[in-house]
Write a protein that binds this ligand. Structure first.
Ligand code: PFF
Length: 443
């Protein structure tokens, strides 16, 4: 079967960075940072990125490019007959689950983009009620969820170069431009310094074992590692694409975007004097209020700021959802020899059904819980706290211990190979293992 390829190195890096930069950076990072000790959290998070998540990213790149296959097929090529293939199946499962609940939040984002562009956000006077009414309604979020999944579907069905690469090359520069414009606005607001201080002041008294677990979960989630997403993308990399510099580029872009998102949100929040610790509601309840308060007498600015912010969030969500969709699409397309369009349709329909279940868990199905969690929280828990770290552990261990050493060295093609082998074989598996086991027993 003819396989697609990213046409250029920059396209490959932008697509991978597109996968990494998402709701995790703009929505999740500032909230986690705000409630887990500011700069102290950032410090632990950066260590997790460097020592645990980035090695998993490079290991995924090695597996993908060496095998030129989807995440299940890659283990069949590289380790035929061995049980590593389970790691591939876990990745496909995680891909379905993450895309389903991620699309629910992305659907909310689409609704807020629509509301901000049509002026609906400017006229509301109670954003808490507006948000709660919206997410608990049985129809509206489902409609936006469906539209979002349809957009993702169209890009994936169009193929690697014409769909994913082309889209990333347009959307990622737009996203970076919007980030810098918004940061310029925010840092110039009255009291901005207080917001910056809040984010950068290390409060080590808040650092508990749970914070370390959250930092690792955030590092894995934000870099999209542990599910074979980046292995799938790397299977479309050209031979000349250098894996280590590409991984460094992706991690740098991702970290810059996460920290910039903090520099957009906290100065704005502090300038109008509301509490920054408002959890996931921060982006959909606190921020619209902040935009309204901050630019109350200049409605044009409120319109531009909030419009740009939700477009930013939407672009970020879309480039990430495409990559999650591609894990399962590539697997079904190559394993069952269906056309890419048919495979993509199956993935879209399954995720739509699961997404509807997650969406309804905020409203009419609120009372249905498993282990005390609604479906949305359950999917988030299973993937971010369980499947992704477990996947990361297996991926590193495979490359560090079982994959053909010459092949690994060939793919890495760098003088840092011995250092990376140390990270793959010892540092990352032990680090992830300790935090992972602790996370399970402390639950
Ligand atoms: N990295 C994405 C974000 O930060 O929003 C989320 C994500 C994308 C997780 C792709 C997993 C994945 F495979």
């Amino acid at each position: 079967m003819e396989r697609g390829n990213f046409g250029s190195k920059i396209g490959a890096v932008l697509a991978s960075a597109g996968s990494a930069v998402g709701l995790g950076n703009i929505w999740r990072f500032p909230t986690e940072c705000g409630s887990n000790g500011g700069a102290a959290f950032i410090l632990i998070y950066l260590l997790c990125i460097l020592l645990l998540a980035m090695p998993v990213m490079i290991a995924e790149f090695v597996i993908g490019r060496a095998s030129r296959s989807n995440t299940v097929g890659s283990y069949r090529v590289l380790a035929p007959g061995k049980p590593w293939v389970v790691s591939g199946f876990l990745g496909v499962l995680a891909g379905f689950l993450v895309l389903s609940y991620y699309s629910v939040v992305a659907g909310w984002t689409l609704d807020y983009t629509f509301e901000s562009l049509t002026g609906g956000l400017m006229t509301s006077d109670n954003f808490g009620t507006m948000f709660n009414d919206f997410v608990s309604s049985p129809w509206r979020p489902v409609i936006f969820l469906s539209v979002f999944l349809l957009l993702t579907h169209i890009v994936v069905a169009a193929g690697i170069e014409k769909g994913i690469e082309r889209c990333s090359k347009i959307m990622m520069p737009m996203l970076l431009l919007i980030i810098f414009i918004l940061m310029g606005f925010s840092l110039n607001m009255p009291n901005a310094a207080e917001g910056i201080r809040f984010m950068l002041k290390p409060d080590f008294s808040k650092v508990t074992k749970d914070v370390v677990l959250s930092a690792m979960g955030q590092a894995f989630f934000t870099l999209s590692v542990g599910m074979g997403t980046l292995a799938t993308y790397a299977s479309y990399f050209k031979k000349e694409t250098k894996l280590i510099p590409s991984a460094l580029g992706v991690c740098t872009i991702d970290t810059i975007v996460a920290i910039s998102a903090g520099f957009i949100i906290f100065p704005a929040v502090f300038s109008v004097g509301v509490s920054a610790n408002s959890g996931p509601g921060l982006v959909f309840i606190t921020l619209p209020y902040v935009f309204q308060k901050a630019f109350g007498d200049l409605p044009v600015l409120e319109y531009i700021f909030s419009g740009l912010f939700y477009i930013l969030l939407l672009l970020a969500a879309l480039t990430s959802s495409i990559s999650m969709h591609e894990i399962s699409t590539a697997y079904i397309h190559e394993t069952f020899k269906l056309t890419r369009q048919k495979a993509a349709t199956i993935v879209t329909i399954v995720c739509l059904l699961l997404g509807i279940v997650c969406s309804l868990s905020f409203g009419i199905w609120k009372h249905i819980t498993v282990a005390g969690m609604g479906f949305f929280d359950l999917f988030d828990f299973i993937t971010a706290k369980f499947l992704m770290p477990l996947g990361g552990l297996l991926i590193c261990t495979f490359v560090g211990w079982d994959m053909n050493k010459k092949m690994v060295a060939n793919e890495l093609n760098s003088r840092f190979t011995p250092l990376l082998m140390l990270l793959f074989s010892w540092v990352a598996p032990i680090g992830i293992g300790i935090i992972f086991v602790y996370g399970l027993i402390s639950k």
